[in-house]
Design a protein around this ligand. Structure first.
Ligand code: SAJ
Length: 429
């Protein structure tokens, strides 16, 4: 049975591009989101997120009638759930208060929303990055809501054709900024709760995925996604720890890493002001919270990366103290600090969970003089950070006493700021 109508629940950074990809292959796609603004924007053929090339694809899909957005789920042959899996508020966390617990309430709400329109033969896929066991939990929520249908249960990998609704976990693995290309080209991990579930999911993704669809079970697929991001987090923590050690030993960490990387089996990542975004700094906690005793390295890496912003702030404090010692007629009020880059990584405009933005905000709160922020990828700061002033690069370069490079945007490469009071967290100046 082929998939004539596909529904994507959650039209954010993953759901909307995925919906648009199916629609671009002339499938009828129903996108569902709880956000009225997102629904209205998409139905006008526009997008509410920033992702290169996505606007054209969504515009074509909507005007040709293959994609529509709605607040309420409608019947479809396949449902892909791409909703957030954040942490619980710290006061809701149980157990060790230093380990955040995943919040599956968005998945639960999405399951409850689609349950009434499910029918025999449908496929439900969880795409959201999730702790191990979340797909089984989702199947249980669906089964509770629809006792008239049968769903797979755990340890039923070899169950036959007697299951009405197939369930799988197929984690997204695309890099923000390259989503449109990576959705098509990346290999896809397909974790069906049964062999039939996996086969149906492969059939669905083959609509647009050119990479290989590799079959496993749901729990391994969940862990695979968490492993990928935890591996990157651990590697970045290694680089960040090296940068702190080298600073103490008066060694240039960038030179050190480039020398070590000449070894044929060494590939150290780059240090920075901390790890940001919605994935690498979050997903390792899903492993730590399930297996706190066992996940020692993963937990330590999180702590090392989370501590890096404070280390950078301390460096700025020391630079201000040095500046005042060299300029005894001045006070802190007379000192201007310029922060270059606010996004969570280079060449994007995404400020969410950005260490660069948090560092700049904290410096602005602590410092009695002026703080200038330079971010070439945005024209206006969001209202919640309107205490900061955006400035042009040249103005910052010419007026600031202390310079703090936080993001290696392409606009900052090839030019350089020379100063005795320069803190370059990315090693480009
Ligand atoms: N970073 C460093 N040093 C480095 C590389 C990155 O400090 O050498 C920092 C970045 O500046 C940023 C953070 O790490 O603050 C995360 O950036 P990223 O480019 O490593 O990753 P994301 O969060 O944009 O996307 C990741 C990707 N995962 C992996 O590369 C293993 C992507 O493929 C996933 O789909 C995405 O997480 C996700 O949605 O889970």
């Amino acid at each position: 049975m082929s998939f004539n109508t596909i529904s994507v629940i959650g039209l954010g950074y993953i759901g909307l591009p995925t919906a648009a990809m199916f629609a671009s292959r002339k499938k009828k796609v129903i996108g569902v989101d709880v956000n009225q603004h997102a629904v209205d924007t998409i139905n006008r053929g526009e997008i509410h997120i920033v992702e290169p090339d996505l606007d054209m694809i969504v515009h074509a899909a909507v005007t040709e009638g293959f994609l529509k957005a709605t607040l309420t789920p409608e019947p479809a042959d396949a449902f892909l759930i791409a909703v957030p899996t954040p942490f619980k508020n710290s006061n809701e966390n149980q157990g060790d208060s230093s380990i955040p617990e995943p919040d599956l309430s968005y998945i639960q709400k999405a399951s409850e929303a689609i349950a009434p329109v499910l029918k025999k033969g449908d496929l439900v896929i969880l795409e959201s990055t999730s702790p191990v066991g979340a797909t089984e939990q989702m199947a249980e929520w669906l089964a509770q809501a629809r006792p008239d249908l049968t769903f797979p249960s755990p340890n039923q990998e070899h169950a036959g054709d007697n299951i009405d609704v197939n369930v799988a976990h197929c984690p997204e693995r695309v890099l923000p900024g390259h989503v449109v290309r990576e959705l098509v080209e990346n290999d896809r991990v397909i974790g069906g709760m049964t062999a039939k579930c996996s086969a149906r999911a492969v059939e669905l993704y083959k609509t647009f995925v050119q990479g290989e669809c590799v079959i496993t079970n749901a729990r391994t697929a969940e862990m695979a996604k968490l492993t990928e991001n935890s591996c990157r987090d651990v590697q970045i923590a290694f680089a960040n720890e090296l940068s702190i050690i080298c600073d103490k030993l008066n060694i240039d960490v960038w030179e050190l890493i480039s020398l070590a990387n000449r070894h044929p089996r060494i590939n150290i990542l780059q240090p920075g002001p901390g790890v940001g975004g919605h994935c690498i700094a979050v997903d390792p906690w899903f492993i730590v919270s399930k297996t706190p005793e066992e996940a020692q390295i993963i937990h330590t890496a999180r702590k090392v990366n989370d501590a890096k912003p404070q280390w950078v702030i301390n460096k700025v404090k020391l630079a201000v103290a040095d500046f005042l010692q060299a300029n005894p007629t001045k006070t802190a009020k007379d000192v201007t600090i310029a922060c270059y880059g606010l996004a969570f990584k280079p060449d994007i405009d995404d400020l969410r969970e950005s260490p660069a933005l948090n560092i700049t905000k904290q410096i602005a709160e602590l410092h009695s003089g002026s703080v200038i922020a330079v971010e070439p990828n945005i024209d206006e700061l969001p209202s919640k950070v309107n205490t900061l002033q955006l400035s042009k690069f040249e103005t910052a370069k010419n007026t600031a006493d202390i310079h703090l490079l936080l993001v290696d945007h392409k606009e900052f490469k090839g030019i350089s700021v020379k100063s005795n009071y320069l803190i370059d967290t990315k090693g480009i100046w």
